[in-house]
Design a binder for this molecule. Structure first.
Ligand SMILES: Cc1cc2nc3c(=O)[nH]c(=O)nc-3n(C[C@H](O)[C@H](O)[C@H](O)COP(=O)(O)OP(=O)(O)OC[C@H]3O[C@@H](n4cnc5c(N)ncnc54)[C@H](O)[C@@H]3O)c2cc1C
Length: 390
């Protein structure tokens, strides 16, 4: 594995650091204080577009099948870590095709890429898209979803409810995971593009959440929502056995090291706050303080290395399922520990609720929940390494 970071990568990380400090941290703190997501009309989003953010990785119509704008997973992870250092919630608030992009790139027809990713090639305004899997009765057990898709003439009718979906009320379209037969589990799942404004799509309610307040997590309902056959991800032909569920898992597999990198960023921020406080209060000489800080610094480094290995394997086009899950399970835990130790060291200063360490403590927990909880990652690792039965 190559550890060296070249000059270009270092420049990109430095740019992310500068952006994070100047933009992400203040906007994130503002949203946290307001306990509300960054509003759609906020000038922050126009500045994102002006910097060329919010675009798709799809290379555009006529590009060779599978062609993407050049991507480098390791670089993506390093940037994800640096930006999360400044504010993880703001990363998710940033416009772009987001979580479902990977599924559309992997499974979508040419027409679907053009229709749904096309507007993200050179976005004329801040645009978002989102992926809706979770339901009030189906989180970790994604096979248990109940949103029903019923064939109706040349289209489909969708009925159900989704919750905790990132950016749902502001998204141009939502990739909705549904089942054609709840008794058949994963094999019966399909994903549908549901465009904003489609009759029957509604009941948007922004959830209250403990951290990551900069972006909205939203519940909504689908009541007799009619979508044309063309909105079935990949079209009918791609729906050989379990393809719908595979598309969803593709999305999560690609996302795990990114969440891990975000968690490393949060952990680093918590560690820096602890060191700063200990130094300012002349506590670094105390064994108890020094040992706590050393233990966290060591664990942050370990999490970072596992995360980079997951990225490096992906860049070599090699399987990284174990490393992806390991990085997420480990980094999310380290982020929580780092923030918890920080709160302990800061004592009353941290507990008052207006110090960054307290926000990091609230933000860190979500890293263990999103895109597969820590327990689920450990199950995946066990299945791969010691053949735990499914
Ligand atoms: C900030 C945030 C953003 C989110 N964004 C999205 C989004 O954009 N789109 C989307 O679809 N969803 C989203 N989610 C939902 C997220 O994917 C779910 O919260 C997650 O899958 C866990 O589901 P759950 O909360 O229902 O917990 P449950 O599945 O009910 O789990 C509860 C507890 O039981 C444990 N558990 C469950 N099953 C097992 C098992 N088999 N073995 C051992 N332990 C187990 C879990 O680890 C957890 O600790 C988001 C959630 C959060 C917090």
């Amino acid at each position: 594995m190559e550890f060296a970071i070249d000059a270009t990568t270092r420049d990109r990380i430095e740019q992310a650091r500068e952006l994070g400090e100047r933009e992400f941290r203040p906007v994130g703190l503002e949203a946290d204080r307001n306990a509300a997501p960054i509003p759609v009309g906020h000038p922050f989003f126009d500045r994102c577009l002006a910097r060329g953010e919010g675009r798709t990785r799809w290379a555009g119509p006529g590009a060779a099948a599978g062609a993407l704008r050049k991507s480098n997973v390791t670089l993506t992870l390093l940037i994800a870590e640096e930006l999360a250092y400044w504010d993880r919630g703001v990363i998710n608030a940033t416009p772009g095709p987001g979580l479902p992009e990977q599924s559309v790139l992997g499974m979508g027809t040419d027409e679907q890429k053009e229709r749904y990713l096309g507007p993200f090639l050179e976005p004329d305004r801040p645009r978002w898209a989102c992926f809706a899997m979770t339901e009030p009765g189906a989180g970790s057990d994604a096979a248990a979803i109940r949103t029903l898709a019923r064939k109706d003439g040349d289209g489909w009718i969708l009925n159900g409810a989704k919750c905790f979906i990132g950016g749902a009320s502001r998204s141009d379209w939502i990739l909705v995971q549904a089942t054609v037969d709840p008794s058949k589990g994963r094999a019966a799942q399909r994903a549908f593009f549901v465009e904003q404004g489609t009759p029957g799509l509604g009941g948007f309610k922004i959830e209250k959440k403990m951290g990551l307040k900069a972006y909205e997590s939203t519940s909504f309902t689908l009541e007799d929502v009619r979508v044309p056959a063309a909105n079935l991800l990949g079209g009918e032909v791609r729906y050989e056995r379990r393809a719908g569920f595979k598309a969803a898992m593709q999305t999560f597999n690609a996302g795990r090291p990114v969440i891990a990198a975000n968690a490393v960023g949060i952990a680093r921020a918590a560690l820096d706050e602890s060191i700063r406080f200990a130094r300012d209060h002349d506590l670094l000489g105390r064994d108890r303080v020094r040992d706590r800080i050393e233990a966290i610094a060591r664990r942050v480094r370990k999490a970072r290395l596992v995360c980079l290995r997951a990225g490096w394997l992906a860049d070599q086009q090699r399987a990284n399922i174990v490393e992806a899950s390991m990085s997420k399970a480990l980094a999310a835990q380290v982020a929580q520990e780092a923030a918890s130790v920080g709160l302990e060291l800061l004592g009353l200063t941290g507990g008052r609720g207006d110090h960054l360490i307290e926000k990091l403590y609230r933000d860190a927990k979500a890293m263990d929940i999103v895109e597969g909880t820590g327990q689920i990652q450990r199950m995946i690792i066990a299945r791969q390494l010691v053949g735990l039965p499914r």
